[in-house]
Design a protein around this ligand. Sequence first.
Ligand SMILES: Nc1ncnc2c1ncn2[C@@H]1O[C@H](COP(=O)(O)OP(=O)(O)OP(=O)(O)O)[C@@H](O)[C@H]1O
Ligand SMILES: [Mg+2]
Length: 459
Amino acid sequence: MRADTIDTLARSDDGRSFSVADAAGTPVVAGSLVVVADGDARQLALVESRSETEPPVLRGRLLGELVEGRLDTRRSHPFGEARLEPADLDTLDLLHDTTGARLEVGTALTPPGGPARLLAHRFNRHTFWCGQSGSGKTYALGVVLEQLLANTALPIVIFDPNSDFVRIGELDPAASGPAAEALAQRDIRVLRPNVEGAEPLRARFTAMPIASKAAVLRVDPVADREEFNSLLHVREVLESTEFEQIIPQLRDSDDSGRHRLALRLENLGVLDWEVWAGERTAATEVIDQRPDATVLDLGGFSTPEQQLVVALSVLDELWERREERRPVLLVIDEAHNLASPTLDSALAVAVRERLIQIAAEGRKFGLWLLLSTQRPSKIHPGIISQCDNLTLMKMSSPIDLVELGTYFGYAPAELIGRSPWFRQGEALFAGGFVPAPTLVKMNARLTPEGGSDVGVPMR
Ligand SMILES: Nc1ncnc2c1ncn2[C@@H]1O[C@H](COP(=O)(O)OP(=O)(O)OP(=O)(O)O)[C@@H](O)[C@H]1O
Ligand SMILES: [Mg+2]
C-alpha cells in the first residue's frame, strides 16, 4: 500500500460515478481529484460532494482509466471496493495533456492544486460568465482572452461597454514570457467613437437588413405599413444623396410614406447620431478582415441607442454570412445591455433576438458567444440554456446560485455553493472547456486594464 493511500473504500456500480460510504478517515473535499485503485486498475476521479452527515459520504465522477502512464478518458469501469488516493501533480499534467488543456489561466484551489488550464478548442461552444459587481469578471475575462489570443488563431470580437479592453493591444511593462511575446505579435484593432486618433466605431445603415433598419427607426411593418414600405425603396436616396439632403429630399417627395419617413428621421434625430459610417470604415468591414481581436468600445457614444446599432449591425452581418463558416468568438461584457429579458425597445429586442438565434444555431457556423454579467436572471433564458461552459465568480445571492444550478447541471452544486466565499479573482470553471470542474485563483493580467475602479478622493 502506498504511503499516501487514504484508508477509505470507494465503489462504483455504473462505471461512471462512484461513492464512498464512510469518508470519516479522510479530509478529501468536493472538487478534489483522486485516484481510485482496485487491484492494479487505477482510475482518475473527481469528488463532487462531501455530505455533512456522520459519517460523511463522498460522491463523484470517474474521469478515465490510468494505464501505463496514460489516461484514457473514453473508458472507465465499475468496481466493488477500491482504495482512494489523492491525485498528484503528475496525474494532473496527464489530465491536461490528454484533454488538450493548454491555456494557463491561474492556479487551482482544489487539490492537488497546480496550474489551472482551459481547453482552447472548446471555446467552440457558448460560455456564460457570472459574478457580482467587483468579483473580478472583467479582469479575469481579460486573462482568458490574453491566453486565447496568445495561443490560438481564433478571432475575437469584444463588445466592451466600459472601455475596459481598449488597451488589450498593449503589454504591461512587467509582462514577460512566451504568452507576452506572442501577444505583442497579434493584430488587435480598437474601434472607438469620438476618440481623437483612434479608429472610428461606426455602423453602415444601408448595409443593415430591412428589419433592423425598421428597428432603428421604430417603424412597425403593420402599424406603420406605408413608412415601412417606403423604407424598402429608399436605398438609392440614402446611398446617393448628400447626408444633409436626405431629409429634405424625402420630405419633398410626393410619396406620403417617404414624407412621413422624413419626419420620423428628423424627430428621432437619427441622422445626427455619430454612429453612421458614411465615407468611413464600418465595424463590420473591419471584422470582415478577421483581425486577431476587434474591440468595440461601445461606451463612448452620446446615446445608448447607438451602442445597440453597432451591436446589431455586427451581429446581423455575422449571421447573414454564417454559411461562410469563419469562426469568431463574440465576447460580450455586461451582456445584460444586449441580452436582458426585460429590454423592450425595438432596437434592443432586435439585438436580443439575434443573440438568441446565434445562441441556438450559431455554434455549427462558428459563431460562439461568451457572455458576462452579474446575475443569471439578467440574460434571456434562451441564451443561457445554450451555454456549455460556465465561469462563476463571487456571487452572494442564494436565489441566483440556485438558478445557476438549474442551468448548469455539469457544475457540482457544492462548488457552486462556495461562490459566496470566493475572494476577488477566484472563480469556478465548469463545462467542456475545463478538464474537470475546478476552483481557480486567476493569474495576473499581461495587458493593462482600460477603465479601472474610481477611488474615493481623500483629504
Ligand atoms: N485578479 C485580480 N487581481 C488584481 N486586481 C483585480 C483582480 N480582479 C479584479 N481586480 C480589480 O478589482 C476591480 C474590480 O474588478 P472587475 O472590474 O474585474 O470586476 P467586475 O466583476 O467586472 O465588476 P462589474 O460587474 O462592476 O463590471 C478592478 O479595479 C480590478 O482591477
Ligand atoms: Mg466588469
